[in-house]
Design a protein. Sequence first.
Length: 124
Amino acid sequence: MTVQALYSRIEGNYDQAIRIMRMDKMISRYLLKLKDNPAHSRLMSAGEAMDPTQLFEAAHALKGVCANLGLDALSQAASDIAEEFRPGSPRRHSDAEVKAMLEKADALYQKFLAGIQQYEADPQ
């Protein structure tokens, strides 16, 4: 599977990723590192505890990684969580709504991870 085919499969923004990373080889390298990036697990742990500082930091980190890789849907989901917990900003959502936001982010992460694992098993 090519990097472009992977992006098509996971509904990623290949044009964004190539604009930032410049080469498929670099995109591939960082996509494969995504599964080891602690931002997602930190976000899920922070959500369990509803720790506002950790939620902001983990969501902000995940947003940046995903934006650079053109994983727009997950970047946006993480951004929504980060904005909810941005220091100095009032909360707009209930804990239950935040949990739903976290579930959406987790589902997107799992979708991307499954695609990346398929790519890893059959790279070109």
